[in-house]
Design a protein around this ligand. Structure first.
Ligand code: A2P
Length: 329
């Protein structure tokens, strides 16, 4: 392969950033040069990547002057809002993991299995969706194509890794009996917190609003009826979701299973008699989305229930970003 592109990773020291590096190591992409950025705090520290030591650089307004073809940002919304437009103005195509640009009309919001075609050659910033949305829309798109989705009800059981290093620390400390909290407003150990991101005036959390709006944008169904309850649970990694779906058209449940099992990126795990269904511990470390507990919702005409689990740091963030990069390459 003729390796020739230059890639910047912004937020390389974070939970998602480090997993992006792992996923990149597993791929053989046409990248000849890598450079890693983080905040001042980590500047000068080193990262081992592809058997080489790389020094972490402090991100600043001239970081992109040297010319990058691509950048993957995973350093939060504020950093993205400030630096992604600078990178883009210097000809770099940016894949951003934060929510900063997701709902911008001019920015494609992409899960490659679902809507890679939303990216056009002139797009400089491409948004990576919210982790809980990514794992939901892959099965939803496959089913929407066949049965036309009318309404979606999400209930999520989200891992602490989605809240970054401090989220993981709060759970680990709680397990050790340490009560100091770095991330959450209440102990996450032994608890379920119906509170992810900030509360909005309408009583929903921003995470719930993200799931609703991003689902509509990615599926290209702006008026789809969607509601969500997002819950942080004391699980280290991988988000689980109960998804209730109502279709316009009637369906056969065995055909639904067939569709899902033949959808790229999905692994069907649906054998309840043998206790086989998706589990967070099994999904962790994998790039696929696991779907099971597929059953008819008898309370409506064409309804179905699904249990969907994925590694929120891999498919929910790092893997999806690298898949977008592969598409751009
Ligand atoms: P740092 O490690 O120097 O703080 P996480 O969500 O796991 O906490 O990771 C956040 C990532 O974003 C880290 O790599 C962090 O770097 C990086 N980051 C945070 N603020 C900035 C900033 N102002 N400029 C560049 N990188 C930042």
């Amino acid at each position: 392969m003729n390796k020739k592109y230059k890639l910047a990773i912004v937020g390389a020291t974070g939970v998602v950033g480090r997993t992006i590096l792992k996923v990149l190591e597993e791929e053989n992409l046409a990248i000849s040069e890598y450079k890693f950025f983080a905040s001042k705090k980590s500047a000068g520290s080193t990262i081992n990547f592809l058997n080489e030591e790389y020094v972490v650089n402090e991100l600043n307004t001239s970081s992109f002057d040297e010319g990058f073809d691509f950048a993957i940002f995973s350093a939060g919304g504020e950093t993205a809002l400030k630096y992604a437009p600078i990178a883009a103005s210097k000809g770099c195509r940016v894949i951003d993991n934060s929510s900063a640009f997701r709902m911008d009309f001019n920015v494609p919001l992409v899960v490659p299995e679902v809507n890679a075609n939303a990216i056009s050659a002139s797009d400089k910033i491409i948004a990576n969706p919210n982790c809980s949305t990514i794992q939901a829309v892959v099965p939803l798109k496959a089913l929407d194509d066949k049965f036309c989705i009318k309404r979606v009800v999400y209930t999520t059981y989200q891992a602490v890794s989605g809240a970054g290093r401090n989220g993981i620390l709060d759970l680990e400390n709680g397990r050790k009996g340490i009560s100091t909290l770095k991330k959450f407003p209440h102990p996450i150990y032994d608890n379920c917190l119906p509170h992810i991101d900030v509360f909005l005036d309408n009583g929903y959390t921003k995470e719930e609003e993200k799931m609703i709006n991003e689902t509509r944008k990615i599926l290209n169904k702006p008026s789809l009826a969607v509601t969500a309850t997002c819950v942080r649970v004391p699980v280290t990694n991988s988000h689980s979701e109960a998804i209730n779906v109502e279709f316009e058209k009637s369906f056969d449940i065995e055909y639904v299973k067939e569709i899902l099992s033949s959808t790229k990126g999905i692994i069907l795990q649906d054998d309840p008699l043998n206790n086989i269904y998706p589990l967070a511990t099994n999904a962790s470390g994998h790039n696929e989305i696991f779907v099971g507990r597929i059953r008819r919702d008898y309370s409506v005409k064409n309804g179905i229930n699904l249990w969907v689990v994925a590694d929120n740091i891999r498919k929910g963030a790092a893997t999806n970003a690298v898949q977008i990069l592969k598409h751009l390459l």
